[in-house]
Design a protein around this ligand. Structure first.
Ligand SMILES: [Zn+2]
Length: 136
């Protein structure tokens, strides 16, 4: 895809499953609590809902709906200047949490409630950046 022009992630041993998701098998991996069963969109060691340190990486279907979005005509950082306008959105996964993500597509294609699915851009060493795209 060649869309990512920002810094390449520097995963830790703990966050590596998230950044390797797209490179290994194309499955999105997020943390889910073994105690309360809730998903978290954040990479943490402690569950933000029940406080237990029982989060585990699990695959989650990368499909959902666009809950909200904004079109950016000014880049958040100089390295994104060549990509404006770009879209940042909240994706409500069908079977998971609500994620903040880059949304691929034209602003005219976006609408709250549109179906989206995860896609990955390989960046280096097996790391991948997850995005969402509008399902045609
Ligand atoms: Zn929990």
């Amino acid at each position: 895809m060649g869309r990512w022009s920002g810094r390449i992630p520097s995963p830790t041993e703990y966050s590596a499953p998230y950044w390797r998701s797209g490179g290994e098998d194309g499955a999105l991996r997020l943390l889910r609590c073994n105690r309360c069963g809730k998903w978290t969109p954040y990479i943490k060691r402690q569950c933000p809902y029940c406080g237990q340190e029982s989060l585990e990486w699990r695959t989650v279907p990368g499909e959902g709906v666009l809950y909200s979005y904004s079109v950016h005509y000014r880049p958040a950082a100089p390295e994104f200047q060549s990509q404006v306008p770009y879209i940042i959105g909240l994706v409500q996964l069908d079977r998971g949490p609500r994620l903040l993500s880059r949304i691929l597509g034209e602003p005219s294609e976006m609408a709250v409630g549109r179906r989206v699915r995860v896609v990955f851009e390989q960046v280096e060493n097996g790391w991948a950046i997850p995005y969402f795209e509008v399902v045609p």
